[in-house]
Write a protein that binds this ligand. Sequence first.
Ligand code: MOS
Length: 733
Amino acid sequence: MTTAESNTIIGVGVDRVDGPRKVTGAAPYPSDFSYDGLAHAVLVQSTIAAGTISRIETEDSEAAPGVLTVVTHDNSPALADGPITPLGPSPPTPFRDNRILHHGQHVAIVVAQTQEQATAAARSVRIEYQQSTPILGIENPDAAVLRNPWGLELHRGDAEAALASAEVVYDETFATAAETNNPMGLFATVACWEKNRLTVHDCTQWPVMVRQTLAAVFDLPESDVRVLVPYLGGGFGAGLRAWPHVILAALAARLVDRPVKVVLTRPQMFTSIGHRAQSRQRVRLGSTKDGRLVAIDHEGTSTLGVEDFNIDPITMTTGSAYACPNVATHDRLVRLNIASPGAMRGPGKVEGNFAIESALDELSYELGVDPIELRLRNYAEVHPQSGLPWSSNALRDCYRVGAERFDWRRRDPAVGSMREGHWLVGYGAAGVTFGSYQAPCQARITVERNGTALVRSAATDIGTGTYTIATQLTAELLGLEIGQVKIEIGDSDLPPAPQSGGSGLAMSHSAAIHDAAGNLVRAFLDLVADDENSPLRGNAPSDVGCAAGRVHLLEDPAAGESYTEILARHALNEITADGRADLETGRGDSATSAFAAHFVEVRIDKDLGLLRIARVVSTIDAGRVLNEKTARSQIIGGVVMGIGMATLEETIFESATGRIANATFGDYLIPVNADVPDIDVIFVGGPDSFSPVGIKGLGEIGVVGVAAAVANAVYHATGRRFRSLPITVDQLL
Ligand code: MOS
């Protein structure tokens, strides 16, 4: 069969196939599911950050109208620990004992007939604590520190020696604030037991992992747990772990012997589903006078809960981005009495990129070299660590095309020199290297007698466009119309798929679909192998193509027949084939990465300190673009998050109590339309040679690099270098 190289369906901006269902309210999100006898549960959270519960009084709450039960560590059955998932250990199991590890820890769950009754009764749970002094603050000398926690530290050449002898040395520290994932859809779980079988509707980016976790915690075979998430109101990494409230919903449902729904409140979203860890970094660069990097030394420290683990290394791409012979990276985690951090779009890498791309900008001024030119002088022609060629790399085009579109030539290199009225104008740029990978994934395609195809897998569409690109790809590979393909995903009972996270699902899922489509065509050819009535008999998959609902000979397209004809003649209702992708980061002969460059113009009111993002141009190399619309939408969303990180977002932990001081949309600022200019997204590059369909991940490269580009532009406008995020009005005044 042909690969989908030349085609009409792929690449064009096909509308989201799930769009009509979403805008008419027909798409069911996890909290939309209901059952007869559904009960409602509300979580009670700790109001101290460290210590123990000495007494928990639930009598009043239990006696309140409509209450079915109140569960605490006192009366909870013992639950097993969650498993170690492919992305690391589970969060601590809830209700293990009376210890409090962070403010906002779930300490009770109140189940009632209605949401209102549960909410009211939750207020009368009375708790006495034995408080101890919480360990708070990333610089706290009492905090336990984990060094090289992931074993990912890199040592290439001799960075110390190269720094000692470098012509130019740069050495600065950076700080980024904690940030909270705030998907619009409040995370919710609906749990329903039928005897020993558990069905859960859950806001997750990874139903197979939630199934694995619930099976381990409740000691069930995985086949007795089903996790459903056909639609999700955003995730941004928050749905990459099975959080304690998911376990508590299932526990509550078991104890009251009724289906139970838990919906987090917005403030609870800040303590229950992870957040981007706070960071501190030190970057040292050694360079020649003409701007060739001889050394990079990058230390990254991020925060962690006291009994949790999280794998989001800040320094992960530091060794891959530039051709530098001597690189050392150092990773640290600091344990604090805070709710577990977790993945938030581009986790770790966003923070690391901010420091490295700011440092290069500073170096460019010191050397008097254009910032883009400095990056090109250190261009990684091959993967700098492995020496392997890139499976594709259009980063040079990202810089060239982006600079043209942005009109970078108009930039006067002199700091503070560009003005418009009372606005100080600044231009800034940053580069992005973001490794792409393929995770194990399966997909099953069935072609039915009426010539339509059904694709099934446990993948998810978290708003990214999985339904749409899987439809396009299948239609293209099998020669069908968009309307002839149906996608069924978001169900852990379907063939296993990895997380929609780490920008890896599109690559993994597409590779599995590609494999399944190939196997399906082979199955049709096998069926007609000896069929005298078939013009396809005796042909191999490489001899045929698929178009207009039929399989045809490549050398004679008129010779062929439709899926419907073949199935009818053989009295079959359908043919099904499975496909799979395996875990790979490259074929071993190449390294795969997506690339981007972001260009930002800022305007700063010199009297008021107002910072406006005036223009953004983002050039993206994500290989072949399967859908111009959904891909652009991913990048725009990422850039908006980057603007939030650079200028607004900060989760504030009160230094004495560990309480999050701004856990509402009134207090935690995220960009609104007035903060966001038109974002110009340009895709460069071509099909990647690793992915069988030519793509690379693009879910995160929109956000990576934006914060540095903004900070670099602010410096260009004002001469003030911000190495700490967010850059706020009070600092600019
Ligand atoms: Mo993401 S943080 O890869 O959902």
